[in-house]
Design a protein around this ligand. Structure first.
Ligand SMILES: [Zn+2]
Length: 129
């Protein structure tokens, strides 16, 4: 066996966790993409219903689905950004204070960019406004 492989730095627990999170994000993204596509196919055409009532409900179905899709696409964008941060080795660092975000928090909310303290402070600030 060649020596090179064993000389490679062993991954820390946190690095392994981040790799796991990255894998989960990729999975989640492909699920979301599949769902978004299914929703898109279900999108009612703008047909003219003879009855105005039917047309109104078809319109609101359409609006609902569009809203749903924009929420999905926002999440997909967030996942993309998170994966990018992982690849740039910038993941898990709070954008506000620059401290490492707690691993448990990363597991619970993988797309977060703030540590729990900063997030709580922001929420407090918002309440005061
Ligand atoms: Zn912070």
């Amino acid at each position: 066996m060649k020596k090179a492989a064993s000389e490679k730095k062993k991954l820390t627990e946190r690095e392994l966790l981040i790799l796991e999170i990255r894998k989960n994000l990729v999975d989640q993204k492909s699920k979301l993409m599949a769902e978004a596509e299914a929703t898109l196919n279900d999108l009612p055409d703008e047909v003219n219903y003879p009855d105005l009532g039917d047309q109104a409900s078809a319109e609101s179905d359409r609006n609902f689905m569009l809203k749903l899709r924009s929420r999905e696409s926002k999440l997909i964008k967030k996942i993309d950004e998170t994966i990018e941060r992982i690849d740039r080795n910038e993941y898990g660092i709070c954008e506000d204070c620059g401290e490492e975000i707690d691993a448990r928090r990363l597991l619970a909310r993988p797309v977060t960019t703030y540590c729990i303290e900063c997030k709580q402070r922001q929420e407090e600030d918002e309440k005061l406004r």
